[in-house]
Design a protein around this ligand. Structure first.
Ligand SMILES: C[C@@H](O)C(=O)SC[C@H](NC(=O)CC[C@H](N)C(=O)O)C(=O)NCC(=O)O
Ligand SMILES: [Zn+2]
Length: 132
């Protein structure tokens, strides 16, 4: 990913940074928010991870390790499945998953949220986000 833009709102005492693999009007982005003076957060157990598709998880993990990244789950098939994945943890404790897939113009591909009622959540997102 690369930094697309910063957005500082001093009157609200926070700064955003937007990172992605392409322009915001056509690509998913990660929006980082820094609240002035707040150095850490309790991430809790609801947020799972976001996913980044790569063509070679093992090679990508080696590159991440060489750059000092923290690998919390080594490359290999997902338990109970075949997709090759790995998990990386960022300095704030947020995780992203590397998912082995073919070439794609949009590697930033999914967000995992833990929910208390799957059918309720499915119904909500289908109802609320059906924007057509
Ligand atoms: C589909 C792919 O994007 C996944 O994230 S599946 C990875 C898999 N997920 C779970 O096990 C979800 C349930 C778990 N109790 C949770 O709440 O995270 C996973 O993490 N597998 C572990 C592994 O080592 O394969
Ligand atoms: Zn996942």
């Amino acid at each position: 990913m690369k930094l697309l833009r910063r957005r500082d709102i001093p009157e609200e005492r926070y700064t955003n940074a937007f990172l992605g693999y392409g322009p915001e009007d056509s690509h998913f982005v990660v929006e980082l928010t820094y609240n002035y003076g707040v150095e850490s957060y309790d991430i809790g157990s609801g947020f799972g991870h976001f996913g980044i598709a790569v063509e070679d998880v093992e090679k990508t993990v080696e590159l991440i390790k060489a750059k000092g990244g923290t690998v919390t789950r080594e490359p290999g098939p997902v338990k109970g499945g075949k997709s090759v994945i790995a998990f990386i943890e960022d300095p704030d404790g947020y995780k992203f998953e590397l998912i082995e897939r073919g070439p794609t113009p949009e590697p930033l591909c999914q967000v995992m949220l833990r929910v208390g009622d799957l059918d309720r959540a499915i119904s909500f997102y289908e109802k609320v986000t059906f924007l057509a």
